[in-house]
Design a protein around this ligand. Sequence first.
Ligand code: ADP
Length: 597
Amino acid sequence: MIANLKRVLKKYWGYDDFLPLQQEAMLSAADRRDSVVVLPTGGGKSLCYQAPAMTMDGLAVVVSPLISLMKDQVDALTECGIAAARLDSSLSQDHRDGVFQRIGNGEVKILYLSPERIIAGGFIDYLKRIGVSMIAIDEAHCVSMWGHDFRPEYRQLGRLKESLGDIPVHAYTATATDQVRGDISVQLKLKDPNVLVGSFDRPNLIYRIQRRSNKVMQVCKVLDRHKNESGIVYCITRKNVDELSATLAAKGYRAAPYHAGMDAEDRRKNQDLFITEKIDTIVATIAFGMGIDKSNVRYVIHTGMPKSLENYQQESGRAGRDGLEAECCMFYSGEDYRIWKIILGGAEDDAGKIAMSKLTGMSNFCSSAGCRHQAILNYFGQSLDKDNCNACDMCLGEIDSADKPLETAQKILSCVVRLEERFGSHYTTLVLTGSEDQRILKLGHDSLSTYGILSEHKMRTVRDWVEQLIGQGYIEKTGEYNVLHVTPRGWEVLRGKTVPRLLKPAARGKKVSRVIKDSWEGVDEGLFEVLRQLRKKIAGKKGLPAFVVFGDAALRDMARRKPTTHAQFLEIKGVGEAKNKKYGKVFVEAVRDFCGD
Ligand code: ADP
């Protein structure tokens, strides 16, 4: 079976090997055992059902929540020479009849459907009659109320297992929480499912997190590192989107806005411009993203802090789906916390409390001073198996540490203690820097031994350090007024047993090291650009997104190995038999031209 799966992988997709956990997931599908497969974005979930579908008799049915996703998947499969089709409400009756006819003739191998379609009257009986090899549920977290994209129509999918009994059902999601995973099995009524959970780490994403100082300049610096490459810039509000997008366009960047307040037609137009690479940058609210599976997004910038780490993971995760390096930058400010607090409305019910605790978690993440990959993984209950991720501003040494972190942290923590753990960050900072604020004088805090003990530093610097200690769990904010409280870990610092990490704020964002880019090694960048333009031209003619023709990884491999024959072209990672036939000639010619025959 493994050999058979590998053969299919090579023939249709041009891949030689499995990505982590793909083999197990594919075997589960081939063995007809129900499964729940949790892999991060870019983990290769689609192939987990598409490859086994090609080794099995009958039709594989895939349930997917959005027409745009179905369309891209069907286009991508068709490009690989696989008989795929979709049935959705955007198609004409004639087109739908044609699809039913092809299914009747046994000419379709993989069929994409919406959840509404599959449970609509009589369709399940139809599936029983035609012989279905498996049912794959994509974006399966939509079935759970605990997930971030709950869709009531997904709830009905439990009927599939009830009615279709022995046909295996496989659920795929990138959602990391236990609760959602359990809920998926229950709601879909899976029978003893094989639950496979991969690592959520995305080693190809480089995280850089800085305080926002000059937003436009900070964003432009990132864009300048990614000339001609695609990326997303997220803003919290629609107004921010409009302003930033106009500023960037005026500076000559190929950028366009996207938010829910825009006219539907303009929104669709800008999305298309981005997908077809006629613009490089889309400036958007979080309304942009769901249903976008563009694989070569090379950067995602957040110009404000998202409301939770789940959101951050999801939004930043839209970068680098093709496994090649991509950059995720966030520029945050304390202001963002206050804006979210207002937006979230401060409800006192359970949902309101959960939202606030997620917001606090997010804020701690921003101001923490440890490895970003590690912090994200910890949040989702996993940990990194190495000390240095080599892919975040901290581990790359782009941010200098403050001198004497232990002594400074002890000064801050003792000030919290001397204030009897009754005040918040702002007030504590005022005391530490020796402010002559009326309140301090009135309460007599100017006579504390810690008054002015950090007065040689700027207020902003000290405030950052306080936040960093909170982010690392040495101080906790408690109660309605976010009063500071020294945690047991904080007491260890006071006793000198643990040394926290504090940053030298002045050095923030000064130098950005170029990460060793394995995926560029040996790549002729001039040839890559020529091939990229060729891909764009072909995609434009066929009305397809460029990444459906070839992914960036395949283009880089071509620009590295410079194939000049069909046989060599077929060796490129990401070139299967169908693409070799369709595009081999033009790409090989382009390589020859470039290399002067
Ligand atoms: P997900 O749905 O988990 O986000 P995709 O199925 O879109 O991920 O796959 C992400 C990228 O990885 C795609 O470009 C896909 O072609 C590529 N990919 C999938 N499986 C393999 C493999 N075995 N080897 C190399 N690349 C792969």
